[in-house]
Design a binder for this molecule. Structure first.
Ligand SMILES: [Zn+2]
Ligand SMILES: [Zn+2]
Length: 422
């Protein structure tokens, strides 16, 4: 197995063993993928990005700021080795903030651009199986956000809106929301903003609650949400909260939502192998279809080819059965469950195999409604109570494995298998 390691060298592909030797800061996992992108993970485009300590620090910190007449011609902007942020105030006035190298931090950048400064390329995520998903117009910024992790204190991973481009610049245009109050450094917001949500309580264990969504500024301060996603007026400053990511923090880039899992938090989560073992255990119990009496096999990946042993769940009652025509209403497609006679939709069952989304370990006895992704009871209950930004000012709960909005209340159900029959 090969995967990309962010060790400072571009496109470095190393083996998993090599990476295990490096200090791992954490993982950024895109909500809506069950362990891989539909066409496979490639280079910096993948369903999750593992942050490793870099060989050499590449972080930056503010050094000085000053007013200029024409930012395009200023030395800091023209110097492609100099990190700088240009806040355009008017046609002929801008504040330039210069950044200098910071030996204490490692920087990681996320965005839609495939240019080299972006470590993790993130595209808009559509709900469902994404077979023929095509995004017509992206809302994710090409240089959406940057993370700075303290090399000596890896629990301090901070997020900032906007990322440096290939010329090491960030430009905030005339229309971008920005401000400079008395004695306060200049700061601003990006067009669609970077929203974060720190869960209240520990992500691992499953007792955390959804926290409030906030907006993170270019300078890393925290604000309440704007009236709508790209409104001109910024929210009010929330001084008691910070941009330091905690295990389970969600980052919304307007088009894709990322989950931050700290290295420490991941040690309390199941591994992919643990999850595969759990599927094997259920399959070893030889669950049966009560109608066809055939043995069902829970897949790790749903095959598009209809298989006799693919289990289906009745979404109103949770009974698990094989494929059969019993109780099917030819007109509506609804089915009457042969076990309890409730009428409703059915869906293919499939294991949620992305370990980062699990809040605890245990048998996957529940599934999300309506997509049929299986997980532990605490995991489905946690995600059913998490609001994910949707559209310009709405929220909804989604299945983390496929990003399908949950339907009904509570949005999940307990599975009833017929197995181990004597
Ligand atoms: Zn039933
Ligand atoms: Zn799902």
């Amino acid at each position: 197995m090969e995967f990309l390691c962010a060790d400072g060298s571009e496109f470095a592909t190393v083996t998993e063993e090599d990476c295990e030797k490096k200090a791992k800061y954490g993982e950024l996992v895109i909500l809506g993928y069950n362990g891989y992108l539909p066409l496979g993970d490639r280079g910096r485009r993948r369903s999750k990005f593992v942050l490793y300590k870099r060989t050499d620090a590449n972080g930056v910190k503010k050094s000085k700021d000053y007013l200029v007449q024409s930012p395009q011609n200023s030395r800091a902007i023209l110097d492609t080795n100099q990190h700088s942020i240009s806040y355009t105030l008017s046609r002929n006035q801008a504040v330039i903030v210069e950044y200098k190298e910071d030996a204490e931090t490692d920087m990681f950048q996320v965005g839609r651009s495939s240019e080299s400064p972006i470590d993790f390329v993130v595209m808009d995520t559509l709900p469902g199986d994404k077979k023929d998903a095509k995004v017509m117009q992206s809302t994710i910024s090409r240089f959406a956000c940057r993370l700075l992790v303290n090399r000596n204190e890896s629990s301090k991973a901070r997020i900032f809106a906007a990322g440096f481009d290939s010329s090491r610049n960030i430009f905030l245009g005339e229309k971008a929301t920005k401000w400079k109050d008395d004695n306060v450094e200049i700061d601003g917001l990006t067009t669609n903003g970077v929203l974060i949500m720190h869960p209240k309580g520990q992500f691992c264990g499953g007792n955390a609650q959804c926290g409030l969504w906030r907006e993170c500024s270019v300078g890393g301060d925290i604000f309440s949400l704007r009236d709508s996603r790209s409104a001109q007026q910024k929210g009010h400053k929330v001084t008691e909260e910070s941009n330091i990511l905690q295990d389970g923090t969600l980052i919304d880039l307007c088009g894709a939502t990322l989950l931050w899992r700290s290295s420490e938090g991941l040690q309390h989560s199941p591994t992919k192998r643990d999850l595969e073992k759990l599927i094997d255990e259920i399959n070893a119990g030889r669950p049966q279809c009560p109608v066809g009496l055939n043995t069902l096999v829970i897949p790790r990946k749903v095959s598009l080819v209809e298989k006799m042993n693919q289990p289906y769940v009745y979404l109103n009652c949770g009974h698990v059965q094989g494929h059969h025509d019993w109780g099917q209403d030819k007109q509506t497609g609804a089915r009457r469950c042969p076990m309890c006679f409730q009428v409703g939709p059915i869906e293919t069952l499939c294991m949620g195999v992305e370990p980062a989304f699990y809040v605890d370990s245990g048998p996957p006895t529940y599934c999300f409604n309506p997509c049929g992704h299986m997980a532990t009871e605490k995991t489905v209950k946690y995600w059913a109570n998490v609001d994910i930004p949707y559209g310009t000012n709405g929220f909804q709960s989604v299945c983390p494995f496929c990003a399908t909005p949950l339907s009904g209340c509570p949005g999940y159900l307990r599975l009833i298998f017929q197995d181990n029959l004597d």
